[in-house]
Design a protein around this ligand. Structure first.
Ligand SMILES: Nc1nc2c(ncn2[C@@H]2O[C@H](COP(=O)(O)OP(=O)(O)O)[C@@H](O)[C@H]2O)c(=O)[nH]1
Ligand SMILES: [Mg+2]
Length: 371
């Protein structure tokens, strides 16, 4: 399987600078500039090319990863909704636009599906590669650094979970994309039943082994670890099988204003994941945890309790512990009851970008050969 097109790779055979060679009679020919190559007037830029500070947006590749039915496609379908709602709780707003018509159509269809049709996406077939441009609000520069406006292109591969299995024909393509990715979003689905959970680990293990081999062959392991930044999303946090035990065990706090949304505080997310592995979901979740910690640098992993569709809210748009379950069965299919308020859908992405950006600034491994 050939490697995917890498937009950052320098192509050979590109246009040469405006130089011609002339023979000086003896020795090697000296390059001399074309006499009239000096521009007569200043070049005129495209009036609204949409560039920030004259720099093209960073091309950041993020891999999306998770067992079959862990919620990958729903997560992507909720991205536009999450971006639109970002300004509710934060200063400024994020905009997302597709780099292709297909990517734009995916966002529009995803938003329509979740908010108007109130249904979940159909199962993904094979591997679908999509790219979007994301632009965020200006961030104040810290400690003498300039202000910056996050502006990056996100390339995601949304693959059917089966593709992550070692014998799947498209696995090489997917592992290739993960190997070239700077960051990974891993959706951990605690709801899957015991049998699926076993599979979930099998998929993870098979992909990690191949990924580590691929990255090692490129000479890019760092202290024997994969160099990626990872956001682990504990998916379907709204599901009563996760939310109720989490609330009862005291992991959940609740805003007392606005929609009074419950959440796991950021600084507790890793402990929450550990608790789920140790106390709640049993040995398989522990295997997933060990596999993640042994392949990636633990300092590069962060955790989020996430939900693509959020909680059902009452008519006043307020959370009610007596009636919060969002999907209900209608005609044999899950139906979303109230317009989704995604939880930790955009945040894991924004954080990944900011961590990768920071690494590049430091001239770390991302600042070097993998840029
Ligand atoms: N409760 C809840 N269920 C979800 C959520 N996201 C996905 N699901 C369920 O999980 C199923 C599989 O999701 P999908 O996005 O197709 O998973 P994929 O195979 O990883 O792409 C959906 O049909 C929903 O039933 C969520 O945020 N909350
Ligand atoms: Mg899918």
């Amino acid at each position: 399987m050939p490697d995917l097109y890498d937009p950052n790779k320098k192509e050979s055979g590109g246009p040469e600078p405006a130089l011609v060679t002339a023979s000086t009679g003896a020795g090697a020919p000296e390059p001399v500039p074309i006499p009239d190559a000096v521009p007569v007037s200043e070049p005129v830029p495209v009036p609204s090319a949409g560039q920030v500070n004259g720099n093209a947006p960073d091309r950041i590749r993020i891999g999306l990863w998770g067992a079959p039915r862990s919620g990958k496609t729903t997560y992507l379908a909720a991205l536009q909704i999450a971006a639109m709602q970002y300004q509710r709780h934060n200063a400024g707003s994020w905009s997302i636009t597709g780099m292709t018509q297909e990517a734009n159509a995916f966002l529009a269809q995803g938003t329509d599906l979740l908010t108007r049709q109130r249904a979940f996406p159909e199962a993904t077939m094979g591997v679908q590669g999509l790219a979007w441009a994301l632009q965020g609000p200006e961030e104040k520069g810290k400690l003498g650094f300039r202000n910056r406006r996050p502006n990056f292109v996100l390339e995601i591969q949304d693959a059917a979970g089966e593709v992550f299995r070692h014998d799947h024909p498209q696995q090489a393509q997917l592992v290739g994309h993960l190997a070239r990715s700077h960051g990974v979003i891993y959706l951990f689905d605690p709801v899957g039943d015991a049998e699926e959970a076993t599979e979930s680990f099998t998929y993870l293990q098979a992909t990690l082994t191949q990924l580590a081999a691929r990255v090692r062959d490129r000479g890019e392991l760092v202290d024997g670890m994969l160099p990626h930044h990872v956001s682990v999303c504990i998916a379907k946090f709204d599901h009563p099988d996760i939310f109720r035990p989490a609330a009862e065990a005291g992991w959940v706090t609740q805003d007392m204003v606005g929609s009074r949304l419950p959440r796991v505080p950021r600084e507790q997310s890793e402990n929450f994941f550990q608790w789920m592995c140790n106390e709640f979901r049993g040995s398989n979740a522990r295997l997933v945890r060990d596999a993640l910690y042994s392949h990636f640098d633990p300092r590069r992993i962060s955790f989020y309790a996430a939900s693509a569709v959020g909680f059902r809210l009452n008519p006043q748009q307020v959370f009610d512990y007596n009636d919060y379950v969002q999907p209900v069965e209608v005609g044999g299919k899950p139906h979303i009851r109230t317009s989704p308020v995604p939880i930790n859908v955009l945040e894991p992405l924004i954080d990944l970008e900011s961590r990768i950006h920071r690494d590049r600034g430091r001239g770390g491994w991302l600042g070097g050969k993998r840029k």
